[in-house]
Design a protein around this ligand. Structure first.
Ligand code: SF4
Length: 780
């Protein structure tokens, strides 16, 4: 069996040494890179061959790639690299890596065309000045073969263990059995549907009630499909951390962590914390599992910059990486703590070790942005390495908002003002140009909020130039990751990239921002606001072998199809509920209005209804409101009229401890009402099974506030789909309602009640959006 590897991956593995060094970044975007390559290609003669596909082998390694260009007249192979900033600042190990790539292509070309000698040229193209810097070496075929063989030799042992791992992994997955005596109700059809969809290389949109066991029910069939398809990787993507924990639990139940436990001696640190009954666990499965953590959370030195002169965990990173990589694959189970443990044990950065291990893991658990974002690391790696990837997207209803966030960009004038006094001298000029164009844009109009017909070209030009200057500066002076300047550099670059792909799917708007207490010198927040993420997400769906988007609330179908850009042939399915009608009672208060104008008069009826229900069946309840102000008013009224009902309230800012304390009040056999805001941290992603929660009150339709921004979104969605109000207000609101109320029934033995406290819930269109499995609502 041969091991196939791309030229770039081979060189990155075998030829990279020294420090991690991000000073030469931000590097050009993918679009800038493509445009740069094209431009250089166009400057060459007619006989110049572009994108030359090459392939060669060394023992059981098969090495493939595309050389950027070959000029047969000059017998010159060219590797083109786009860059920003002063080339003399490029780290030497990056240059060495580029040479290694160019020479490997050189060898493959010589071998394929029988050449004895070749000129190998590394052409650096500056995307700002559009200048080329060519570096050439004349090489004999023997020299190039030696480079190739040395690199292959360095990779060979790793390739062997990779092949052996894959064989063991696939054998174990073929034999993998469901870890429990039986499937839960509804879980078998769920698993079968996921299996079929990946087998037919399609996407599936799946709405399934909570409590079926969706995480295990989707992971198990995907793992079973892995050897046959074959899949290189499974990515389990979530919009919240709770989903990541559930995925780890499911993989634990399948025996993925057990390989580590069995391999580890009894004294291995960390074994005590593992909450698993080894005797009853499934057979060990040799599966490498990795969780990815954001740089903000994983960074050990947030006050430093990511290069060896500043951060000790970046110094010598690539020298120590090989040993850390071996330790990491031996451990197999790389949750956040495990990865950190290995990284710090080898004195390298845990965040960048995580990025490296994504290449060698079988299942990667991470945020949706790792696949769908502009700079999505897993997506980019998959493209480079041509992996066959199976994707599972948990709580997929969140992808509309998350997708919008990924493809929107903001320039915040208040943050820019804070930056100005601390600016280093070399950056004062470029940033003052940005300031003056920005100010001119702010002063074009004195309305608070306006939408621009065209992009602010002058501002974007000024930003592009400034980003280059910051990169230059950064190459000489470390900028801490958490500094205002670093943040501005990221924001500015992101703004320029979003501007490059601006279209009908987005709005460019300007909101005036006045310095505190002053009207003069008002600045402006400029935003490229994505409304429809579908054009950006669709290619990402297409790039996977197949996958499943799943959620308890993925209706209406057309709304999610339109906004997410799921492939047309992706079936949409809703699974029947395993729950009995008798488990849940739904009541609609058909004569109560929680509209803004009726708030005052709604306080007493709301408080009395909550108290009546509490007295009828004492236990734990959650009550949801549209805002903190409304929440406080109703809670105060309840406390005043029914002081015997214990209550606790969500605060507008809650850290992890406060959040845990709020949830901790929901004890089994506890009594009281937790007051929360709809769409907030307690509105989804929390699990309070059994008696921990026996009912929910929802005193709002969850409609987003009517304001100029939402009205613009409505208008754009109306123009694109003819459903402006539904898409901008009604569907997102009802989705939050169903999510929040869905906290009540979490298992086949739960019993509870949902009170929908507004007359608008009695309308046919609102009832049509309630889940099929809810029993018909009683109007009260
Ligand atoms: S520890 Fe932080 S500063 Fe250091 S390399 Fe890692 S992410 Fe960068």
């Amino acid at each position: 069996m041969s091991y196939r590897i791309a030229v770039r991956a081979l060189c990155e593995f075998a030829a990279k040494r020294g420090d991690l060094d991000l000073r030469f970044t931000p590097s050009p975007s993918a679009q800038e890179g493509i445009a740069g390559h094209q431009l250089v290609g166009e400057r060459r003669g007619e006989r110049y061959e572009r994108e030359v596909a090459l392939c060669g082998s060394y023992r059981h390694l098969e090495v493939r790639g595309r050389a950027d260009g070959y000029d047969p007249a000059a017998n010159r192979l060219e590797e083109i690299k786009t860059h920003r900033g002063d080339l003399s600042r490029q780290p030497s190990n990056q240059r060495a890596l580029h040479w290694a790539q160019a020479k490997v292509y050189g060898h493959l070309l010589c071998a394929e065309r029988g050449l004895d000698q070749l000129t190998v040229t590394l052409t650096y193209f500056d995307i700002v000045s559009q200048r080329e810097t060519p570096l050439s070496e004349s090489c004999s075929a023997d020299e190039l073969r030696e480079v190739f063989e040395t690199l292959c030799q360095a990779f060979l042992a790793w390739a062997q263990q990779e092949l052996a791992h894959r064989r063991r992994r696939d054998r174990a997955l073929q034999a993998l059995r469901f870890p429990f005596a039986g499937f839960r109700d509804g879980q078998r059809p769920l698993a079968e549907t996921v299996y079929k969809s990946i087998h037919t290389r399609r996407w599936l949109m799946l709405q399934a009630p909570t409590g079926i066991g969706k995480t295990l029910g989707t992971l198990f069939p995907m793992l079973k499909a892995m050897p046959g398809e074959p899949l290189d990787k499974i990515f389990f993507l979530t919009a919240r951390n709770t989903g990541q924990r559930l995925a780890l639990d499911a993989l634990r139940s399948l025996g993925a962590e057990r390989q580590r436990l069995e391999g580890a001696g009894p004294d291995e640190p960390g074994c005590d914390d593992i909450d698993i009954d080894i005797d009853s666990a499934a057979e060990a499965v040799p599966l490498r599992v990795l969780t990815l953590t954001s740089r903000d959370k994983a960074c050990e030195h947030p006050d430093k910059a990511c290069h060896g002169d500043s951060c000790p965990l970046a110094a010598g990173f690539y020298d120590r990486l090989p040993e850390a990589r071996v330790a990491a694959v031996e451990r197999g189970w790389l949750d956040r703590a495990g990865l950190r443990d290995i990284a710090l044990g080898h004195e390298i950065c845990p965040y960048y070790l995580g990025q490296e291990m994504a290449r060698w893991a079988d299942v990667v658990i991470g945020d949706v942005n790792y696949w769908f974002d502009f700079h999505a690391m897993l997506y980019a790696l998959s493209q480079q390495q041509q992996w066959q990837v199976g994707l599972l997207v948990d709580e997929a209803h969140n992808l509309v908002e998350r997708g919008r966030g990924m493809y929107s960009a903001t320039l915040d004038h208040a943050a820019f003002r804070r930056l100005k006094p601390t600016l280093p001298a070399p950056l004062k000029r470029p940033l003052s140009r940005v300031a003056s164009v920005w100010q001119a844009l702010a002063e074009e109009s004195d309305v608070e909020y306006r939408v621009l017909e065209t992009l602010p070209g002058k501002l974007i030009n000024a930003l592009q130039q400034t980003v280059s200057q910051i990169v230059e500066y950064q190459s000489e002076q470390p900028i801490a990751l958490d500094s205002e300047l670093q943040r501005f550099a990221f924001d500015a670059q992101h703004f320029c990239r979003v501007a490059d792909v601006f279209g009908d799917h987005s709005i460019c708007d300007v909101t005036r921002q006045s310095p505190r207490g002053r009207q003069r010198n008002a600045g402006a927040r400029v935003m490229l606001r994505n409304v429809v993420p579908a054009p950006f997400l669709a290619p990402r769906f297409a790039a996977a072998h197949g996958g499943t988007l799943f959620s308890a609330t993925l209706a209406p179908e057309a709304y999610y199809r339109d906004l997410l850009g799921v492939p047309d042939d992706a079936p949409w399915m809703t699974l029947a509920s395993p729950f009995q009608d008798s488990q849940l009672r739904v009541t609609i208060a058909a004569r109560l209005s929680t509209r803004y104008a009726d708030r005052e008069s709604s306080l007493t009826p709301l408080a009395d209804r909550i108290a009546d229900q509490f007295q009828a069946r004492r236990g734990n309840y959650l009550a949801f409101f549209s805002s903190f102000a409304y929440l406080e008013q109703v809670a105060d009224r309840l406390a005043e009229r029914h002081p015997e009902v214990p209550i606790w309230r969500q605060a507008s800012r809650m850290d992890d401890d406060a959040r845990e304390a709020f949830l901790g009040r929901f004890e089994t056999s506890g009594e009281g009402v937790g007051f929360a805001v709809l769409g907030g941290i307690f509105g989804e992603g929390i699990d309070l099974p059994g008696d921990r929660l026996i009912g929910a009150f929802v005193a709002t339709l969850g409609l987003p506030q009517v304001n100029p921004v939402n009205e613009q979104m409505r208008a754009r969605l109306q123009a694109l789909y003819g459903h402006g109000y539904d898409y901008a207000y009604f569907f997102p609101g009802m989705q939050k309602v169903v999510q929040a109320a869905g906290r009540v029934i979490r298992s086949g033995t739960d019993e509870g009640v949902i009170h929908l406290l507004d007359d608008r819930f009695a309308r046919r269109e609102a009832q049509a959006l309630l889940p099929d499995w809810w029993p018909p609502a009683t109007l009260d």
